[in-house]
Design a protein around this ligand. Structure first.
Ligand SMILES: Cc1ncc(COP(=O)(O)O)c(C=O)c1O
Length: 386
């Protein structure tokens, strides 16, 4: 199997996206969730064709996107969602907000399981609801949903759970059994689950990925999944995501969304996602998974060698590493000092919730050379001087 190799630094520095423009050139950017890999060939071809033919208008009302995702889900997860129960929108964040707007009333509580992707807090508020934070349970070698706390929250009136599956920043892939318990609890209390599955294509073989809507009838009766090719295939700037349902009531909610929500889908995003979800991109995705598997292991080796005080658990999915640096005594938000002294940009731990004190999130969707250089730079900082 051919690995997907990251581009060299001089080519990456020519990019103009957030990852490559936020900081000066002496900083190694390992913060935002963009990757350093070239596009999958089928995506390049689809976008080149669109440019050649000036195919840059609005997205059509009928596109092959939903059917392409259904085929992808069948091949990759042995799950058969119905394209007639899906709608597209510009991105996963917009899908979350629009669904929450429909299923909650202003002031309703929505559970988020912290530490979590920081915009979740804003998205719940943007929908007019109120965030209820429930910590993931640390099992000693991983994290899991705290079902007792979630059940208590739903029993006392929380209307929704905004699930992150796989979870950002810990890389946890929730088990089918855990998802089934969550679905039962939500159904019992008349709440819904909105499952952000943006990192799902990057679940490593082994634990594998369970789509929330594949778990049980209860999950289908109260569940919404939001999916996208954007993380695995690095298409975030092209703006395309799919909201997926699997039972009549959630499908009716999707259909009740204004047509404008769908019109905001990017034409290039749709074309690229169809190419990403096509069978011809499977080999590329498998090659990427191999590369990410090597990188997550390399990061563990580099940290043991150069920063033995760092606590890191290999993620089961994605290219984000959640690293506890508390033992090094670098304070509440070590990423500040790391940026200033090592010139490496990591995501701030405390932004993910109170559990993130002393933590950083590192993006290893890059080359082994950049990863090695970043860890070595951080290790050279040494102890805090007084
Ligand atoms: C869990 C999660 N959800 C949503 C997003 C943002 O997705 P989008 O750009 O499609 O809104 C990200 C981006 O990293 C993410 O990690």
């Amino acid at each position: 199997m051919e690995r997907v190799r990251a581009l060299p630094l001089d080519q990456l520095r020519q990019r103009t996206s957030e990852k490559w423009r936020e900081y000066p050139d002496d900083v190694l950017p390992l913060f935002v969730a963009e990757t350093d890999f070239p596009l999958a060939p089928a995506i390049t071809r689809a976008l080149e064709r669109a440019v050649r033919t000036s195919d840059t208008g609005y997205v059509a009302s009928r596109t092959p996107l939903a059917a392409a995702f259904a085929d992808f889900a069948e091949r990759r997860y042995a799950w058969s969602p119905d394209p007639a129960r899906m709608r597209s929108t510009a991105d996963v964040s917009m899908g979350i907000v629009e669904i929450l707007r429909r299923v909650t009333r202003p002031g309703d509580r929505v559970v988020v399981t912290t530490p979590v992707y920081p915009p979740f807090f804003d998205l719940v508020e943007e929908a007019g609801a109120v965030v209820e934070r429930i910590s993931l349970r640390d099992t000693g070698d991983g994290w899991e949903l705290d079902h007792e706390a979630i059940e208590a929250s739903l029993a006392s009136g929380a209307r929704a759970v905004l699930l992150c599956n796989p979870h950002n920043p810990t890389g946890t892939v929730h088990s089918a059994a855990s998802l089934a318990i969550l679905a039962e609890a939500a159904a019992r209390h008349g709440a819904v689950v909105v499952s952000d599955e943006i990192h799902a294509p990057l679940a490593q073989p082994g634990p594998g990925f369970t789509p929330f809507l594949a778990v049980s009838d209860a999950a289908r009766s109260i569940g919404y999944a939001i999916v996208s090719a954007s993380k695995a295939f690095n298409l975030a700037g092209l703006k395309c995501a799919l909201m997926v349902t699997a039972d009549d009531e959630p499908t009716a909610v999707l259909r009740s969304l204004p047509i404008e929500v769908e019109w905001r889908t990017g034409q290039f995003g749709m074309l690229a996602a169809v190419a990403a979800f096509a069978a011809e991109s499977d080999q590329w995705l498998d090659g990427l998974l191999l590369t990410l598997d090597e990188n997550r292991r390399l990061l563990g080796e580099l940290l043991s060698e150069h920063l033995p005080g760092a606590c890191y658990r290999m993620p089961d999915a994605g290219y984000l590493a959640w690293i506890d640096l508390s033992a090094l005594g670098w304070g509440e938000n070590p990423s500040k000092r790391i940026l200033r002294e090592a010139r490496v940009a990591l995501h701030f731990g405390p932004a993910f919730g109170a559990e993130g004190a002393g933590h950083v999130r590192l993006n290893f969707g890059t080359s082994p050379e950049i990863l090695r250089e970043a860890v070595e730079r951080i290790a050279r900082m040494g102890p805090v001087s007084n």
